[in-house]
Design a protein around this ligand. Structure first.
Ligand code: NZQ
Ligand code: ZN
Length: 387
């Protein structure tokens, strides 16, 4: 087992109507609040009005219109400007992972005098950040329990995962009821995202029985409850368990002591959504089974056998190669069964920029150090197989 130094300082308040604690959470953080949100879903579900009512004694400035795959320009830049102009004390992010990720970049940028891109691109280390509270309305990214935000810069096709312990939310409020209105498409993408977060930690060289069991349970829970959420969007129990599983997905708790895996599917997908603005979870679902096929070898086969037998219940007496292939097929079939388009062409990506993307990924993502190392040629082959 590897050494580690781990902390997730975020307070989680979970469950039906947990929003009533919002004023108590916000009060010690300051009076001047930047309320950030997306394209209007929080207004449709009545959450915007509820927040305004609960925070009527606070001074609220708003940043709306944060898009999926949140953009540096205009959202991060506008948010930083609003924080500085209004001397903001705390950011309240209400929405999906994109709203929260954008808010994290704003939180750091607000305490920095230079161009916030210096921080996101790791040119400069942030010295401080505004505190962040969030009310998450979509189960997927785990941003509510990690210190990362993923920001896109359109003109350079960059999509960077910006991480800094300063960016852990102070508190995340999770009410599964707010996720009842998440569309079938976004629910499926959320399941795929959280499943892939788990797989990125499961497929590693050095793992433990403890972590493997945790990951296998995550995957089974996400598949079973995720399907129930799609079939009955107002199934509270299923939405709740899916929400908690997604929360665990991305802060490293599933792989404490494991050797690093390199998160290869994320490295590849971030380029797809940077170049084509596709939905992150759909991109991951398309890439994952092709990546699995590509890396299946004598060195990796035992991982696939464990995955196939423990997650999908494949007969352990079959030959290893057969178990591994059945496991990869079962992964594909599951994503397809929840309605995810399983080819890049179906999400508007053809072969015209594959060379360029493979090069961009190879240069920027360091996947030659992944659990199964990937060269530019490997990345290109995975993308071609995903068309
Ligand atoms: O903009 P609004 O109107 O709010 O609508 C959103 C958006 O159109 C809608 N939505 C959110 N909550 C809803 C709802 N619709 C109805 N009812 C609700 N309760 O859903 C759409 C997608 O929202 P978005 O925030 O983009 O989705 P998600 O939470 O999946 O976030 C995706 C982003 O997170 C990044 C991804 O790359 C992508 O940019 N990631 C962040 C990570 C992190 N911080 O740790 C890790 C992930 O691997 C991921 O990379
Ligand atoms: Zn993800």
């Amino acid at each position: 087992m590897q050494n580690f130094d781990y902390m997730t300082p975020t307070r989680l308040i979970f469950g039906r109507d947990s929003i009533v604690k919002l004023p108590e959470v916000m009060q010690p953080l300051g009076k001047r609040v930047l309320l950030t949100y997306g394209g209007g879903s929080i207004k449709k579900i009545g959450l915007y009005d509820r927040v305004k009512e609960l925070l009527k004694c606070f001074e609220i400035t708003e940043l709306s219109g944060i898009q999926p795959n949140p953009k540096y320009d205009p959202s991060v830049l506008n948010g930083v400007r609003l924080c500085k102009e209004n001397d903001i004390d705390v950011i309240l992010a209400v929405g999906g992972g994109s709203v929260l990720d954008c808010s994290k970049a704003i939180a750091a940028g607000a305490k920095y005098d230079g161009d916030p891109w210096d921080l996101i691109s790791y040119k400069v280390k942030a010295q401080a950040a505004l505190p962040i509270v969030d009310i998450i309305t979509l189960a997927a990214t785990g941003s509510e329990y990690d210190c990362g935000g993923v920001i896109s810069r359109t003109e350079t096709n960059d999509k960077i995962g910006y991480m800094d312990p300063l960016l852990f939310p102070v508190c995340s409020i999770l009410d599964p009821v707010y996720t009842f209105t998440v569309s079938r498409k976004q629910t499926a993408a959320g399941i795929a995202d959280a499943m892939n977060h788990t797989m990125e930690q499961y497929f590693a060289a050095d793992t433990t029985l403890l972590n493997d069991g945790f990951c296998e349970s995550m995957l089974k829970s996400l598949m079973e409850n995720g399907r129930k959420c799609i079939e009955n969007p107002e199934d509270y129990t299923a939405r709740a368990e899916m929400m908690l599983a997604c929360t665990y997905g991305c802060n490293g708790i599933l792989s404490l002591g494991n050797s690093p895996s390199g998160w290869p599917c994320h490295g590849i997908e971030h380029a797809l959504s940077a170049y084509y603005d596709i939905t992150h979870g759909e991109g991951l679902a398309i890439i994952t089974p092709r990546w699995m096929k590509h890396i299946l070898s004598e060195k990796t086969i035992d991982r696939f056998v464990k995955y196939g037998t423990n997650v999908f219940g494949i007969d352990a007496t079959l030959p290893k190669q057969e178990i591994a292939e059945k496991a990869i097929e079962a992964t594909y079939q599951f994503f397809e069964s929840i309605g995810i388009p399983m080819h890049l062409r179906e999400v508007g990506i053809d072969d015209s920029r594959i060379d360029e993307m493979a090069h961009h990924i190879a240069v920027n993502e360091g996947l030659e150090n992944a659990y199964a190392p990937l060269t530019e040629q490997d990345i290109k082959e995975i993308l071609m197989a995903s068309l």
